[in-house]
Design a protein around this ligand. Structure first.
Ligand code: AVI
Length: 330
């Protein structure tokens, strides 16, 4: 068994099961709601506790997981061109405080960037990311914003003399939204960035074998990332999932152009969350993530529906990934 999958197995479950699950907690409520409906599905946002974020960082470095390095390559090769579209003294608004590798490529190519506004729901992650960047770019005004960027946002007024405001949403995180959520996110973003632009990364439809390998890596890191959802429920909610009784499943749903990740019950079993018991049949699944893939046209038409005007698109030589410049309405 992979060492990753040992997180939250029997000892930890016993220790944690003494805890009362806080049912006023959104994770507890959403997990119980997911387990009470059929088909069972929960938002992928619950992957990203401390352990899940570390596992995701490891996914980004896996040989099979092409999106991160491909997008980095696109940004590096086209940094000057992208910076020219941004113009002088631009402000970058990043949706989610990422690992900062990507925004540095932009900042290094830009003409006197004025301000960097990373938005993230996790204050801790955000302040770590912001201070790391501030140290390396002392002249840059770094203003972290703790907020849920999928909701309506209030951002600080532009700095006097600043250039255009450019949103940055790399990594194809847009693919983890439902189609309705993706449209809603782009509509809200179009308003927030009025008169500016959005630079967004979108993973492309491709050979299903390449996709399958990316979400079923040989080291089992993606499996551990998926199973961490149950480990997290054990740690935080005193749930009693036995991780060995669930298997990672990831497959390409071609008609819907998305990778689906599920946790499959290996046998008939009862699980307990917050004092409530739920039954799983053998083979029954909890659907944990969708990762939608786009064509250049499908991403651009979604953006148009949200009010953007599509600009240039940058891709890699193998057409694995795309980075789009979208003009926000005035
Ligand atoms: C964050 N997001 C874009 C990743 C993806 O590819 O959908 C999350 C992920 N899930 C499994 N591997 C990576």
């Amino acid at each position: 068994m992979s060492k990753f999958i040992e997180v939250g197995t029997s000892d930890a479950v016993d220790a944690q099961s003494r805890l009362e699950a806080p049912m006023d907690n959104a994770f507890a409520q959403d997990l119980c709601a997911a387990l009470s409906t059929r088909p069972r599905a929960i938002s992928p946002k619950y992957f990203y506790d401390e352990a899940g974020s570390l596992l995701f960082d490891r996914i980004c470095d896996l040989p099979e997981y092409y999106p991160t390095r491909t997008e980095l390559g696109i940004l590096e090769r086209n940094a000057q061109d992208i910076a020219a579209h941004m113009g002088p003294r631009a402000e970058i608004v990043e949706f989610g405080a990422g690992a900062l590798r990507k925004v540095r490529i932009l900042l290094d190519a830009m003409d006197r960037p004025a301000r960097y506004l990373p938005i993230d729901i996790s204050g801790e992650h955000l302040s770590r990311a912001a201070s790391a960047l501030q140290q390396d770019y002392p002249g840059l005004d770094v203003q972290p914003v703790v907020a849920d960027y999928t909701q309506r946002l209030l951002l600080p007024a532009p700095l006097p003399g600043a250039g255009q405001r450019v949103g940055f949403f790399p990594g194809s995180t847009i693919g983890n939204f439902t189609p309705d959520e993706a449209l809603h996110f782009l509509q809200v973003t179009a308003q927030v960035l009025r008169g500016g632009a959005l630079l967004i990364g979108a993973d492309l439809v491709k050979d299903p074998a390449v996709l399958h390998a990316a979400y079923n890596d040989s080291q089992g890191v993606t499996a551990a990332f998926n199973l961490n959802l149950l480990a997290r429920a054990n740690r935080e909610l005193g749930a009693r999932f036995v991780l060995e009784q669930f298997a990672h499943s990831a497959f390409y749903n071609a008609p819907r152009q998305r990778i689906e990740m599920h946790l499959v019950s290996k046998r008939r079993q009862m699980v307990s969350v917050g004092g409530q018991c739920f039954e799983f049949e053998e083979g029954e699944t909890l659907h944990t993530e969708n990762s939608h893939k786009f064509t250049i046209d499908s991403l651009r038409s979604l953006a148009v529906r949200a009010g953007f005007r599509p600009g240039p698109v940058w891709t890699d030589p193998d057409n694995l990934f795309s980075v789009h410049w979208l003009h926000a309405p005035l």
